[in-house]
Write a protein that binds this ligand. Sequence first.
Ligand code: TRP
Ligand code: SF4
Length: 342
Amino acid sequence: MAEQETKVIRSRVLSGMRPTGKLHLGNYMGALANWVKLQDEYECYFFIADWHALTTDYGDTSKVAENTIDVLLDYLAAGLDPERSVLFLQSRVLQHAELYLLLGMITPLGWLERVPTYKEQQENLTGKDLSNYGFLGYPLLMASDILIYQPQFVPVGNDQTAHVELTREVARRFNQFYMLDGREVLPEPKVLLTPSPKLPGTDGRKMSKSYGNTILMTDAEPVVRQKLKTMVTDPARIRRTDKGDPDKCPVGDLHKVFSSGETLAKVYEGCTTAGIGCIECKSWAADALVQILTPIQERRAGFTQAQAEEILADGSRRARARAEQTMDEVRSAMKLTLSSER
Ligand code: TRP
Ligand code: SF4
């Protein structure tokens, strides 16, 4: 008897990142590693938000294309699989811009002005001119990125939850105004909060590109070891003979995320008794990082720039088809279709 084909309907997820250049371990642990796992269970759409990069950097666009490919290579290196996930480029799916325009009609200005990142970034990114329509619209473009794939979930970190909340409000408002044959067109997606361990950078602050304290996914072993050497430690442990506390040490935090239970036990024992030195302890942390990074870097080396661009083109084609399906419904619900088009 022929095997019966069972079609499993999986929930859909969508997420993306701006093309900020090569990604670091914080991006990997906080997002990518989770996305890779989601591929087993969900229908996945992951993209690179190149238009979003312009909202803060419109004056210098020279790096956007190059950064886009770097981010895609990091996606692939992490284990995102173009066979299982749709990996695409925002600006290659013009439907995002159409939905953005239409949603702009129904979105009260106050909703955008009240998004917490709006004022925060205007105050914090002092070197940049953020008094633009595009920057105010950032979260609405993000809402369009999301809603156009009608996903059930959006896997993002805590810093993006306000944006997803706005997305839900915009969807609700759209559905109140426009229905298609009595049915809602834009389901309200939920945040899928991805676990992100506390990951310090070399200066002990949160690992972040803007602090210049990162370990990149592409850093070769000697670079990792060198960066670890400069990493800050428990400030109370000044001399080799001083006892320390891994709970007060950024290197200790790295061990908690990346090292085996066995190594972690040695760190606690050695640090709190002054039995080991920080140099040795850091070399163990470097070992753990190198072990995580090696297969990632091997995978990255398996893709050429041309292959990466092809993957992006193919994914963008698939994304366009899916986005157009939603836009058909959106245009119909808004009664923007002529009788010959119905
Ligand atoms: N704002 C997100 C960030 O800075 C990037 C992004 C743009 C995004 N559009 C999105 C994330 C849609 C999830 C869904 O990281
Ligand atoms: Fe930090 Fe390790 Fe030094 Fe302890 S021994 S202070 S955990 S680097």
